[in-house]
Design a protein around this ligand. Sequence first.
Ligand code: GLN
Length: 285
Amino acid sequence: MNDTLFSLTQYALSELKDTYSENEIRSICRLIFMDVLNYTNINIHLKKYESLPESFVNKFYHIIARLKKNEPIQYIIGETEFAGLKIKLNPAVLIPRPETEELVYWIGESVSSPRRILDIGTGSGCIAIALSRLFPSAQVLGIDISEEALKTARDNALTHSVPVAFRQKNILDYKPEKEEKYDLIVSNPPYVRQCEKKMMQKQVLDFEPHQALFVPDESPLLFYQQIAILSPRILLPGGSLFFEINEAFGKEIQEMLCHLNFQQIELKQDIFGKDRFVKCKLSQG
Ligand code: GLN
């Protein structure tokens, strides 16, 4: 029997029923058809019952087998969409989340024409690149501890022709250059506690880089403290600091920032109604 988009979708629905919901399986199939066959949404409808080349059918079966082992579709396809941009991905970098897009949009609404931007723990470079598109005249620097991640980030910046610089740095041991000053610092650092592992999906736990996800149970605010303490040295007076945070620590992070004399501290929820972002400003001096 010849395989068609319809029969392959039926196959996926039965193979993946224990791993994903029906809606998720349908959108995964659409992604595969668009990515591997280069079909548009309309084509997917029009060619639903046309027989497909064997090479594609074999590829499709292979992808379904990987999905069944919980490998995220974004790593299989090697890309995802973030704030309207295609971002290349591999297991060296976290898969950008929709929440993080919200962070970028919040920055866009809150800040006008920043000149120098620092993205700490840049990963795939998604935040840095999206901000560079949003503020084309800004100088943007992304730093990360992982050289592998930075390769991906540089590749993404090249694809989108944005002049973002990337450097390998460990934020926990950061020595600012003499003249290093920013008017905007943003970070989505690791914030999941080890004790939260048991509630996490296999897709995340077995495939995404743990270095980008986890903090020790006993120091969940490690990165936030480090960045907040460093900020007065590298943020210009009146400069802004934006964080994505663990939903369990909104209050603690606000208190810490208040203690360190940051101003206009604001907590914001994400689309799922969870405390997810904090912004604040360094005093005018
Ligand atoms: N939001 C991610 C998750 O739920 C974690 C991102 C991070 O640690 N910065 O897995």
